[in-house]
Design a protein around this ligand. Structure first.
Ligand code: ADP
Ligand code: TRP
Length: 321
């Protein structure tokens, strides 16, 4: 099965990104034909400082390689290294009703938050449709917030196919229900924009400080505590196996320990979990040329898939004359 996902290079990765997107992609590599790219054109909608975007692109490539994207198993590239995607974006635009984009939650949410409405923000789902349709994946693993964008890609593909025949395969999204929304330190959806993240590659002291800030209920030390709705437990659950979860539940219900103890435990669990990834990250950070080579190799592999597809599109739409 072919699986594809794009990840914006928009800053430090947090554990919501990891469980909602990256880990699914890494796990998918075992059995599938996987495609993962750094969506730097998409990031232009929010990052206007060019030097910063270039740095973030390399930082993200380094992070994803460290977290387990394997260039031999997956096709891993930077979106802008395969420029045909912009050509398809334009071809698809004529099959994208305005109403479809006007209904997009992500656009509505962003403008409601005061982000200035501009064309790239508005047409973002069309570029995402081009990302997807160009590679003909069966499955697109995403977090909950991106489901609608995959549906828009399907709608555009259907309209295009109605005109020209079965050119595009219709993609399906896949969501891991267990981690559809990872909560942040305040119990809301973890997001960079809400400043409630636990980052993957932060410093240890900073991580501990963040974890100590997790909102918990006030219960006396000796009293039993509820774990079901506890933000500390819910975060820990992502990292623990069944037995470890049970042990933690028992510690909550037994009483005699405060949330401070559970927070220290959570900090240790997260710090240990990412230890091998930190080591790998240090290697790639010191070997940026190797990272560039991997990306070049990925772009070559991606182009092999893309060229026959874009030629078909040029041909049916009459651009090839
Ligand atoms: P952020 O909200 O921090 O800006 P992004 O929008 O860059 O995160 O998301 C990158 C990927 O990570 C997307 O696939 C998104 O669905 C997933 N993701 C982000 N936050 C979460 C979360 N709290 N829980 C689950 N998945 C998430
Ligand atoms: N829009 C996605 C996000 O913000 C990133 C993305 C761009 C993507 N193109 C994609 C995800 C194609 C899946 C498939 O997270």
């Amino acid at each position: 099965m072919r699986v594809l996902t794009g990840i914006q290079p928009s800053g430090d990765l947090h554990i919501g990104n990891y469980f909602g997107s990256i880990k699914q992609m890494v796990d998918a590599q075992k059995e599938n034909d996987t495609f993962a790219f750094i969506a730097n054109y998409h990031a232009q909608t929010s990052v206007k400082d060019g030097k910063r975007l270039a740095e973030l692109t390399m930082q993200s490539a380094t992070d994803f390689l460290a977290l387990g994207i394997e260039p031999e198993k997956s096709t891993f590239w930077v979106q802008s290294d395969v420029k045909e995607v912009l050509e398809l974006y334009w071809a698809l635009s004529s099959f994208t009703p305005m109403g479809l984009l006007e209904r997009a939650h992500s656009y509505k949410d962003k403008t409601a938050k005061g982000i200035a409405a501009n064309h790239s923000l508005f047409s973002y789902p069309v570029l995402m449709a081009a990302d997807i349709l160009l590679y003909q994946p069966d499955i697109v693993p995403v977090g909950k917030d991106q489901i609608q964008h995959v549906e828009i890609a399907r709608d555009i593909a259907i309209k295009f196919n109605n005109e020209y025949g079965e050119i595009f395969k219709l993609p399906e999204y896949k969501i891991d229900a267990k981690v559809a929304t990872v909560s942040g330190t305040d119990g809301q959806k973890m997001s960079k924009s809400y400043k409630n993240t636990v980052n993957i590659f932060g410093e240890e002291k900073k991580q501990l400080k963040t974890i100590k800030k997790i909102v918990t209920e006030q219960v006396a030390l000796e009293e039993p505590k509820e774990y079901e709705n506890c933000n500390v437990y819910n975060m820990g659950k992502l990292f623990l196996n069944e037995n470890e979860c049970k042990e933690l539940q028992e510690r909550y219900t037994r009483g005699g320990e405060g949330h401070g103890h559970f927070k220290l435990y959570l900090h240790d669990v997260i710090w240990e979990y990412f230890k091998p990834y930190r080591e790998k990250r240090a290697y790639y950070a010191a070997h940026q040329d190797e990272v560039r080579e991997i990306l070049n190799y990925g772009a070559i592999k991606a182009k092999e898939i893309v060229l026959p597809m874009i030629e078909k599109v040029r041909s049916v739409t009459g651009i090839q004359y």
